[in-house]
Design a protein around this ligand. Structure first.
Ligand code: F6R
Length: 610
């Protein structure tokens, strides 16, 4: 959702805030704004733009506000259209208090009415604007107390940065149900929605807990709870590198991130899979005894991560023979799921902050289930609130559409499957040995797909003019058909559907004609012959067909289809090379159509609202 950054230190705040906003823009890009306070002149400058961060940067470059404390915001609109008036920061009636916010204040209408009755004047349609007015109302000489009292009135979700000219040596941050971290530098501090904003400046990050607030002065950060009790700060060292958050010569972050897929597999496997197949997951935290008690597994996730979870069902049921149910997190939470202390709930999330998934794992814990999160972001809310974590170790993913982290999620699910199988002695040693060798060889297979990007680019040129697409797969490649379709629709705005190939004849085949191409996953596997029949059925309806086939496989030679060869791997591991090919196809189609690949319309990377 929205990206927020605050700075207090000895350097000029504006360039740091602008630079950080560029790195946070993937969280939202409807409008942007900054507030910088010049301590020497006693001047507060607020500059906003009704469009992207670039426009704001242009405006600021002409006249850079001086000051060593400030904040910046890039918005993903919830309450109020993306206009200048609704852009953050928002102020109180006196323009002394400024606030930036990510989240939703659910009781804002009631608070707004109450404040209006006390003659506060509102200028925007946002929920956020109640906060500076509440602080104005509650200020009796001590800013921290006024902020705390105001925050206690809010319901919903927030991560905020607050500044007031009443106490210009302070910068305040607070969070509830939305992420916020504090970067701790040399005599300078950063408050940000996520780590990518602060990694060029510091690797030391203070993790704010739920319902905590931080007041930063030149003496450093003071963390407290909403009732005023002091809290011992949790500080971690972040291993991510700044080069990982840059495009590194690629035209888009997504291109770079797809090209990091082979590394994503290696990084997820590193140090975790011994040659004899033993799996060690550092922060997983479950003993063999606890794992033996697991009777069933529920997986919860959203979007691309939901499709990774669907794959998790195929993987874990096959390896460990434990029943797995997969459910969109947004549904799970509201339907009284049947779980207890013998259920393992697995939350799948790149960001570890997706509101639906976070709420689902909280519900699971409330119902006494054990929870493990598979996530990329160290110290994310899901990581902190789970009994165990499996980190992806993919480095930052900036492209809004997930690519390399989907690959890393699947890799981690293979590891989780092996770990769960081992404790139940479910894996035959010969299969384990073979699977281990295949997993270790997987990065090379992925690299081969990446090396053939040109083939997919050519195919994309041929198909970019169609308006509708159907993706079909069978077995473990069915979730890959779903993900291939999602990737295409979100970055190229073309209609695409994913189907289990065998389901086509039960309805969707009615859609097909010469203008409705089908992308078939027809790599080697137990149901390949059936897939070939399905492709024939499609061709008989005049629909153009593109198909992924295994290197050297002649199965579609006699069929009028565009073939893309992918390296031979076992069917069980084939989802990974296959999805890399589909990601490249979607990427090239989006480029052909001139779409903004890294920042697709209406989307945001981290969805921290329900
Ligand atoms: C699709 C995409 C989204 C996310 C979803 C969940 O490319 O990126 O569908 O997968 O919003 O996000 P995480 O994984 O952060 O929970």
């Amino acid at each position: 959702m929205c990206g927020i950054i605050g700075y207090l230190g000895e350097r000029s705040a504006a360039p740091i805030i602008m630079d950080s906003l560029k790195r946070l823009e993937y969280r939202g890009y409807d409008s942007a704004g900054v507030a910088i306070f010049d301590q020497d002149a006693g001047d507060l400058s607020v500059v906003k733009s009704a469009s992207k961060v670039d426009t704001l940067v242009e405006r600021l470059t002409e006249e850079m506000p001086a000051g060593r404390v400030g904040m910046g915001h890039t918005r993903w609109a919830t309450h109020g259209r993306p206009t200048l008036i609704n852009a953050h920061p928002h102020s109180d009636c006196t323009n002394k208090v400024v606030v930036i916010h990510n989240g939703i204040i659910e009781n804002f209408a009631e608070l707004r009415r109450e404040l209006q009755a006390k003659r506060h004047v509102f200028v925007s349609e946002t929920d956020t604007e109640v906060v500076p007015h509440l602080i104005e109302e509650n200020f009796k000489g001590d800013l921290v107390t006024a902020v705390r009292e105001s925050l206690r009135r809010l319901r919903g979700a927030y991560a905020m940065v607050i500044f007031s000219q009443h106490d210009p040596d302070l910068l305040i941050g607070a969070r509830l149900n939305a992420p916020l971290v504090v970067g701790v530098g040399e005599k300078e501090w950063f408050i940000a929605s996520d780590i990518t904003a602060v990694i060029p400046y510091t690797k030391k990050v203070l993790l704010l807990g739920e319902g905590e607030m931080v007041a930063i002065s030149s003496l450093g950060p003071q963390v407290s709870s909403m009732d005023g009790a002091s809290v011992k700060p949790k500080i971690i060292d972040v291993k991510w590198d700044i080069s990982q958050a840059q495009k590194g010569g690629y035209p888009h972050f997504m291109a770079k991130e797809i090209n990091e897929s082979a590394d994503a597999v290696s990084n997820a496997l590193r140090g975790r899979l011994a040659d004899d197949g033993e799996v060690t997951l550092e922060e997983f935290g479950f003993t063999d005894r606890q794992l033996l008690k697991v009777r069933d597994i529920k997986m919860v996730a959203a979007g691309t991560s939901f499709y990774a979870a669907l794959l998790g069902k195929y993987i874990i049921e096959d390896l460990a023979r434990i029943p797995v149910e997969v459910e969109p997190a947004s549904e799970f939470r509201y339907r009284q799921p049947i779980i207890d202390q013998d259920t393992l709930v697995v939350g799948i999330s790149q960001s570890g902050e997706t509101a639906d998934t976070l709420a689902a794992i909280r519900e699971a814990r409330r119902l006494k289930a054990k929870v493990v999160s598979v996530t990329n972001v160290v110290g994310s809310s899901m990581a902190l609130e789970s009994d165990g974590v499996v980190y992806l170790h993919s480095g930052p993913e900036i492209g809004v559409a997930s690519s390399k982290t989907f690959i890393a999620h699947i890799t981690c699910l293979y590891l989780l499957g092996i770990r769960l199988a081992a404790v139940r002695h479910r894996l035959d040693p010969t299969r384990l040995k073979q699977l281990t060798a295949e997993l270790k060889a997987l990065p090379a297979a992925v690299q081969k797909v990446l090396d053939r990007a040109e083939v997919l680019q050519k195919l994309a040129r041929k198909y970019a003019g169609y308006r509708n697409f159907m993706y079909i797969g069978r077995g473990i490649n069915y979730p890959i058909a779903l993900e291939g379709a999602l990737k295409l629709k979100e970055i190229s705005y073309l209609h695409a559907e994913g189907y289990a190939a065998g389901e086509l004849k039960h309805g969707p085949i009615a859609l097909l004609d010469k203008n409705f191409p089908v992308f078939a996953i027809a790599t080697q596997g137990a149901t390949l012959e059936k897939m070939v029949s399905n492709i024939q059925e499609v061709i008989a309806r005049d629909a153009p067909v593109a198909a992924l086939v295994t290197d050297g496989d002649h199965v579609l030679d006699e069929v009028a289809a565009d073939r893309v060869e992918v390296p031979a791997v076992s069917e069980f591991l084939s989802p990974i090379p296959n999805v890399v090919a589909l990601q490249l196809f979607a990427y090239f189609v989006a480029c052909e159509r001139g779409c903004n690949v890294d920042q697709p319309r209406n989307l945001a990377k981290s969805v921290t609202v329900e």
